[in-house]
Design a protein around this ligand. Structure first.
Ligand code: SF4
Length: 336
């Protein structure tokens, strides 16, 4: 078995373990017979784990597979292969009935709070609806008290519960979405680009709120974003994805100070520095060309057609994710 597909050792402290996850979408042709002619390998052999109470950032360009990974973890997409272990239990193929109690423990904060909130419901009911669906409100008084508690947690005033989502700003709507996600007291919250639809001035407030809630409630976050500065601010560890695969995993500071993988180096080079003179003095475009199609990914290292350091073996050998100086990296430069 190649090293990159070998199952990871069980991590006793892990809340979530993702092992060799694949999510492939069939490509079909023909009006009647719908013949399968290929597949889009949106996620292809992805492994990582989340320790209790940490924030694991997942970054990469649009289409790299990070959101598909999140949907598979939430069991909103059926994995093609691999294993998802949550709170010590293999949930990869649990049916809807068996997943139902576990759904309370894994919740999601969406990118666009407006489209994820029912515009016809008052905010108090948007937040309280999961309590009703899961039968967690003993009576009306308990329901109202829990909704008030959730609104207070995210900094919404009690009278705001009587209003409708469209009456709120983007930042307040995201607070409503977060309160709703917390209604069922989850242990894992998947945050899918939770601030990318917000004004820059509001982004920091929402990120700080998420960090504050993590400390108070002991939450674990899988934080997906393309904005590296946001991910750096909130994440304990960061995984970098390229074309359906994880190419590097490192502690946040380590990744930013000493990125190992040429793709991570290129991503970081594109982040503007606060000092305009320093920013102008360094190269920004370390990679050329477009991201190839996930339907026909390049053989060997998927990054080789764009990598400035590619070697002949990169075209034929897939580099496994190996441990180097406390990080994990998938690149032949590091002897994988
Ligand atoms: Fe570049 Fe080769 Fe490393 Fe891939 S394996 S990132 S092509 S040097």
């Amino acid at each position: 078995m190649p090293a990159d597909t070998a199952p990871q050792q069980p991590d006793g402290d892990a809340l979530l373990q993702v092992e060799g996850l694949k999510v492939h979408f069939p490509v079909t042709a023909g009006v009647v017979l719908q013949k399968r002619i290929g597949s889009v390998k949106a996620v292809d052999d992805v492994s990582f784990s989340l320790r209790r109470g940490e924030t694991f950032g997942l970054v990469g360009e649009s289409g790299c597979g990070k959101s598909t990974t999140a949907l598979a973890v939430l069991r909103m997409l059926e994995p093609t292969a691999g294993r998802i272990v949550f709170e010590g239990r293999d949930i990869t193929h649990l049916n809807a009935v068996k997943m139902r109690p576990l759904r309370r423990r894994i919740q999601m904060v969406y990118q666009d709070p407006f489209s994820s909130l029912n515009p016809r419901m008052r905010v108090r009911d948007v937040i309280g609806e999961p309590l009703v669906v899961h039968g967690l409100a003993k009576d009306k008084a308990a329901y109202r008290a829990r909704v008030r508690e959730l609104m207070d947690l995210v900094g919404l005033l009690p009278h705001m519960g009587e209003h409708y989502p469209h009456e709120f700003s983007g930042g307040q709507r995201q607070r409503i979405g977060i309160a709703r996600a917390l209604a069922l007291s989850p242990s894992l919250v998947v945050c899918d680009e939770p601030v990318s639809a917000l004004d820059v001035s509001i982004q920091a407030q929402v990120v700080n709120l998420l960090m504050d809630l993590q400390e108070r409630l002991g939450l674990t976050y899988l934080f997906i974003a393309h904005d590296l500065s946001v991910v750096r601010h909130i994440s304990d560890r960061i995984g970098v994805m390229y074309l359906g695969r994880v190419v590097e995993i490192a502690a946040g500071d380590t990744l930013f100070k000493a990125p190992k993988h040429p793709y991570t180096q290129a991503l970081l080079a594109a982040v503007p520095l606060p000092d305009p003179e320093l920013d102008a003095a360094r190269p920004h475009d370390l990679i050329a060309g477009e991201v190839p199609s996930a339907r026909t990914p390049p053989p060997g290292c998927r990054f080789h057609p764009r990598c400035p350091q590619a070697m002949p073996r990169c075209k034929v050998e897939t580099p496994p994710l190996v441990e180097r100086d406390g990080s994990e990296v998938a690149c032949h430069l590091y002897g994988g």
